[in-house]
Design a protein around this ligand. Structure first.
Ligand SMILES: C[S@@+](CC[C@H](N)C(=O)[O-])C[C@H]1O[C@@H](n2cnc3c(N)ncnc32)[C@H](O)[C@@H]1O
Length: 347
């Protein structure tokens, strides 16, 4: 058996680092399985007091494995480990660069309520590894986008990124930040906005968007990435977007402790219940996801249970992923938040 050691990403915050060890085992398991490895064992091990995530596998790593490992949220460096005179000997392995845009795009903007960008990458990866769409031109929707961490992470991976956000300020801040970033980093881009009128709500909505490319030639050939944010209510996702549009949906739901979330209309009454939000929105989320598309949502499991969440998704036509990997993702964020992640497929 071959043995490999992964040096964990030092970008992780201290609080997240402890939880991330457990999460990274799940991400690594899905990444290795997705790359076609059948017989492997994952071990947490320290060398010289530095923790590594190690794995032994029957087949040596190949291009497919390296490509998947390079995009994992925890990967910083990969080594092949041999024993020389009884001592471990590390040979560094080159990883391909999985990024279309430098990952810094999702880290620069800081604000309270921001979802950790590594956790966001983790959610995107789990959704993608659980879907049949890996390697395709991905369209991602974050139905509760905030100031866009998921959208920026998705863009950095080269996906078309779409979001819906109830707070006008958050949607506006995300768009303003993106425009500034594209100017400073000299991306070729065009931006625009439009009002959306829908029959389901008198509140209306607004769409802001950007199309970008790295070179003039790409722009000329229309080889662009699209970024879009709808300032509106996720309950009307199917009025803002066409049916069967998205390969994956990834979102970090309001935690139900600090921030109110509105469920009845864009300017409607505030509720602190993410459960109510899911029950109102799940039917329209189901419509805009492609068949076999995967939705990954994180939430505060102190507020409602996995069983309750699964039932809401199943009632809307989703099939929830079960099994050890998918049911071992709960981790403590602070005293009032225990975060969990649920993944489900549109049948
Ligand atoms: C935990 S935050 C997401 C943070 C985001 N991932 C980020 O890093 O910026 C949840 C977001 O859901 C939004 N939200 C709540 N109810 C909503 C609804 N019905 N439609 C759209 N967005 C909603 C809230 O305004 C909040 O910004």
């Amino acid at each position: 058996m071959k043995k490999y050691a992964i040096l964990l990403n030092p970008r992780h915050s201290r609080v997240y680092f402890e939880a991330s060890l457990k999460l990274s085992v799940a991400e690594l398991t899905l990444a290795l399985s997705h790359a076609g490895h059948k017989d492997f064992e994952i071990i947490e091990e320290s060398f010289g007091s530095v923790p590594y995530l190690c794995f032994r596998c029957q087949e040596p790593v190949n291009e497919k494995t390296l490509e998947r490992l390079s995009r994992c949220s925890f990967t910083y460096a990969l080594f092949e480990v041999c024993k020389t005179d009884g001592e471990p000997c590390f040979t560094p392995l080159s990883l391909p660069n999985p990024l279309y845009i430098d990952g810094g795009i999702s880290c620069i903007l800081k604000y309270s309520g921001k979802t950790n960008e590594n956790f966001t990458r983790f959610m995107i990866n789990l959704a993608l590894f659980s879907s049949p769409f890996y390697g395709e031109k991905i369209k991602l929707l974050d139905p509760v986008a905030g100031k866009g961490t998921t959208l920026f992470e998705a863009l950095s991976l080269g996906y078309d990124a779409y979001g819906i956000e109830l707070s006008e300020k958050a949607a506006h801040d995300a768009f303003t930040y993106l425009k500034k970033y594209l100017e400073i980093e000299r991306f070729k881009h065009r931006t625009g906005h439009e009002t959306i009128n829908i029959k389901e709500s008198s509140a209306g909505a607004k769409r802001v968007f950007a199309e970008l490319s790295r070179t003039k030639q790409e722009m000329k050939e229309n080889a662009v990435k699209r970024w879009e944010m709808v300032w509106g209510n996720s309950q009307y996702a199917d009025s803002y977007f066409k049916k069967n549009s998205f390969h994956i949906m990834v979102g970090d739901l309001p935690y139900g402790v600090q921030h109110g979330n509105v469920s009845s209309s864009r300017q409607g009454s505030f509720t602190r219940s993410p459960k109510e939000l899911v029950s109102l929105c799940a039917p329209s989320w189901h419509k805009v996801l492609k068949p076999n598309g995967v939705i990954a949502l994180s939430w505060n499991s102190f507020v409602f249970s996995r069983q309750q969440f699964a039932k809401l998704l199943e009632d809307a036509g989703f099939s929830v992923f079960c099994g050890e990997i998918y049911e071992s993702l709960e981790h403590r964020v602070d005293n009032s938040i225990k975060r969990d992640l649920i993944l489900a497929k549109k049948l």
